[in-house]
Design a protein around this ligand. Structure first.
Ligand code: HDE
Length: 756
């Protein structure tokens, strides 16, 4: 007689019979409910962990390795296991008393799997929750060595980096193209330890003192009763606060400008905001402000575009960054510094350098390039890297020091503190993405999630039992060596200096530095945001703030709201514009720009082929848009359709080309006049989605090129063929060459301000 246990085992093994089982294990269990598409049956070894994912080596005192092989810290082996490394034969069924019976509590695999899942989410960042990141390298030019002894800024030094871009207000699942400030945080894994430059894409901040940070964030976040609106500043509590708290005026004005809706992370400037202190090899000091200058120029979306993207592709910026890197179009920024003498009053040309609502115009202090950042590798795992990376303004290396900016002081406390909640304890520096690339020998021990296996018996100093180790660095090589800056003798007060009281002259300089189109956008942004507020008092108070910046700004917004424009309550500041603050008026490289080519089956496919080649040759991305997916044309030359009328929306493209009819030039077109109206293909001309594509691109100031035969499509979309930036040419390549010339300016600005 077989005992019951043996019977059960036999039953299991009988059930497993007849499966396409490989030598070991039982992947995929075909049964009555198995799908018609079967899983692969050949197990594959997982990729080895990347170098910066390997753990710290652990050794016994006699030099023998201890613990798990560090190469095995992520997935290893081709078979599914429990967290304890026990192989599993089934992960699809709970253990039950009979197929229709109750689930048994003893099923460890069920409990382990669901328990881990239950804890997959960690608290998101209280601000900057939504982000995207990439690895890269920073190459120092060496031009900063005269002012700092930081090793990573010495000539020709290459330093690995990880950069995380973010929006501030929205939750992790919010949309990328909301009107907001963007974070630009860089972790430099230097030979002297980690240096973090935790900056924004706006060079000034809302508040001058960290104690006000919770106030501005509470005001900007969704209303606490209904938790709406998400990732927006267009609501009463935000404008209530910034209209009462006028030191926020400068930052808010930047938010309402095109800087609040960047075209791409790749086309954003970055700023360290605060003034930092650099220390050279002799102990000499210089005050500096850090700048990141994008090689592709600074470009923005227009507001309607940003709103459409929020629905059409909420991951727009994240996708753009990852796609560019994947395609080898590595985004680059130059790091630059503005330098100021370290005088006791810490002002420059009358500008208080400790006030983070101030910037120093580049015309007064040029930005001097000190190195080049290239992002060249996407993260392998969003959670492990982008989510778990922990930046901190206090992660400094010898040669870079902080100043007494009261906002910076509060940040020095906050960033360490927040990681304890977010990453579950004090050992977050051991997470692979946070590990320094310099040797680490601290005396920090134990705590939640300790993953290092420390050696020795004396994590204290002085000691004799571990041979006195670890030894301290000499004062000339160590970090956190205080520069002996005198602290003024003073009485304790809760107060700001008098020089922090001017809240309007810097905003006025920004306004005066804008071109007419940029001013138009600012007016439209204030009118939109205040139009979304319900409280009359909030609108009126904000108009008063605007009156103190500029009467035109105030009266235009007031007109849009249907309210009277107040008189200024302070004299208008007499300031010089700073042309460097404008985004317009130059031409920039067009690498990586996206050109949509609208074509139909009976269009000039040969022309489309030639245009594709020309776009690729110009280092841009051509995307063929057609009525349906699949191929256009037949045989080897058939074109792959990349977007259909259902999946294409104008916001994805920097320029559009509309295919004409087969046969070259106007003559051929004339001969085919009878067919006029078929243009890009009979469907295309009348299809409202093509009409929308073209009319949006036109409204958003994008270059549009078409070649003969496509007139009807332009007409149907009400795009005048003689409008600025609309090109009608004899051939596709001709049209493209002219569009290429227009793209360098980012948009056809002549179409504004009538455009959106
Ligand atoms: Fe932050 N900020 N911040 N901030 N900040 C955080 O740290 C804080 C400020 C910035 O991609 C938090 O790890 C205070 C200025 C960026 O992970 C938190 C104050 C600037 C990021 C925090 C400021 C920034 C953060 C939330 C006022 C530009 C995202 C999660 C004194 C120079 C970094 C975290 C990333 C993140 C506090 C002001 C930039 C809570 C108290 C000014 C780019 O610690």
């Amino acid at each position: 007689e077989e005992n019951p246990l043996k019977r059960a085992v036999r039953k299991v093994s009988d059930t497993l019979q007849g499966m396409a089982a490989p030598e070991e294990g039982v992947p995929g269990k075909p049964g009555p409910q198995s799908p018609s598409v079967t899983e692969p049956t050949e197990p594959r070894e997982p990729l080895p962990p990347k170098p910066d994912q390997s753990g710290p080596a652990t050794m016994s005192p006699t030099g023998h390795p201890t613990g798990a092989d560090q190469a095995d810290v992520a997935q290893s082996g081709s078979r599914l296991t429990t967290a304890q490394g026990t192989r599993l034969y089934d992960t699809d069924h709970s253990l039950k008393a009979g197929p229709r019976g109750p689930v048994l509590l003893q099923d460890h695999h069920l409990r382990e799997k669901v328990m881990h899942f239950d804890h997959e989410r960690i608290p998101e960042r209280v601000v900057h929750a939504r982000g995207a990141a990439a690895h890269g390298v920073f190459q120092s030019y060496g031009t900063a060595s005269s002012v700092t002894r930081a090793a990573f800024l010495a000539p020709d030094v290459e330093t690995p980096v990880f950069v995380r871009f973010s929006t501030v207000l929205g939750s992790r699942g919010s949309s990328d193209t909301v009107r907001d400030t963007r974070g630009f945080a860089t972790k430099f894994y230097t030979s002297e330890g980690v240096f973090d430059l935790v900056g924004n894409n706006i060079p000034v901040f809302f508040v001058q003192d960290a104690i006000k940070f919770p106030d501005i964030v509470h005001a900007g976040k969704p209303h606490p009763d209904r938790e709406i609106p998400q990732a927006q500043s267009a609501h009463d509590t935000f404008w209530d606060f910034v209209s009462l708290h006028t030191e926020a005026t400068h930052h808010t004005l930047w938010n309402m400008s095109d800087r609040g809706i960047p075209r791409s992370y790749r086309t954003m400037e970055g700023f360290g905001v605060h003034t930092f202190r650099l220390v050279d090899a002799e102990g000499g000091t210089t005050l500096v402000k850090f700048h990141w200058k994008p090689k592709l120029g600074v470009h923005s979306l227009v507001w309607e575009e940003a709103q459409i993207i929020n629905g059409v592709d909420p991951d727009y910026h994240r996708r753009d960054l990852a796609d560019a890197i994947e395609a080898g179009a590595y985004p680059q920024w130059e790091l630059g510094i503005q330098t100021f003498p370290d005088t006791p009053d810490q002002t420059f040309e009358g500008i208080d350098l400790l006030d983070p609502t101030n910037l120093v115009p580049e015309e007064l202090a040029p930005v001097q390039p000190v190195g080049l950042l290239t992002l060249n590798r996407n993260p392998s795992n969003y959670f492990a890297e982008t989510e778990q990376v922990a930046f901190h303004v206090g992660h400094l290396v010898p040669g870079i020091d902080v100043t007494d900016d009261p906002l910076l002081a509060g940040r020095l406390f906050s960033y360490l503190d927040t990681q304890i909640t977010r990453l579950g304890g004090p050992n977050f520096p051991q997470l692979p993405i946070n590990r320094p690339h310099a040797p680490v020998n601290d005396m920090l021990r134990d705590g939640m999630h300790q993953t290092a296996v420390h050696r020795g018996v004396a994590p204290y100093r002085p000691n004799s039992l571990d041979g006195g180790c670890p030894f301290t660095a000499g004062a000339d090589t160590g970090a956190y060596v205080e520069t002996p800056v005198p602290v003024p003798e003073a009485t304790k007060v809760r107060a700001a200096p008098e020089s922090f009281a001017d809240h309007f002259s810097q905003p006025r300089r920004f306004w005066l530095s804008m071109t007419p189109v940029e001013r138009e956008h600012i007016i439209a942004a204030y009118t939109f945001e205040l139009g979304k507020c319900y409280e009359q008092a909030v609108k009126e108070r904000t108009l008063q703030v605007l009156a103190n910046i500029d009467p035109v700004l105030c009266s235009e917004v007031a007109a849009g709201l249907g309210l009277p424009a107040p008189e200024p309550t302070v004299p208008l500041a007499d300031v010089e514009p700073s042309p460097a603050l404008s985004q317009l008026g130059q031409t920039w490289p067009v690498d990586g720009r996206i050109v949509g080519i609208v074509a139909g089956p009976d269009g000039d496919l040969e022309g489309v082929r030639a245009v594709r080649e020309a776009v690729l040759a110009a280092d841009m991305v051509p995307l063929v848009i057609a009525p349906a997916g699949g191929k256009l044309g037949t045989g080897e030359d058939a074109l792959t359709v990349q977007r259909t009328y259902a999946t294409a929306r104008s916001v994805e493209f920097d320029a559009l080309l509309v295919a004409g009819l087969p046969g070259a030039g106007a003559d051929a077109y004339g001969a085919r006049d009878a067919k006029a109206g078929s243009g890009i293909g009979a469907v295309g001309v009348t299809d409202p989605r093509v009409g929308l594509l073209l009319s949006e691109a036109f409204r958003h100031g994008k270059a549009i090129g078409a070649w003969h035969g496509a007139e009807a499509a332009l007409e149907a979309a009400r795009v005048p063929a003689d409008a600025p930036g609309v090109v009608l040419a004899d051939s596709g390549t001709d049209a493209f060459q002219q569009v290429l010339g227009l793209l360098g300016a980012h948009r056809v600005w002549e179409r504004f301000p009538a455009a959106v």
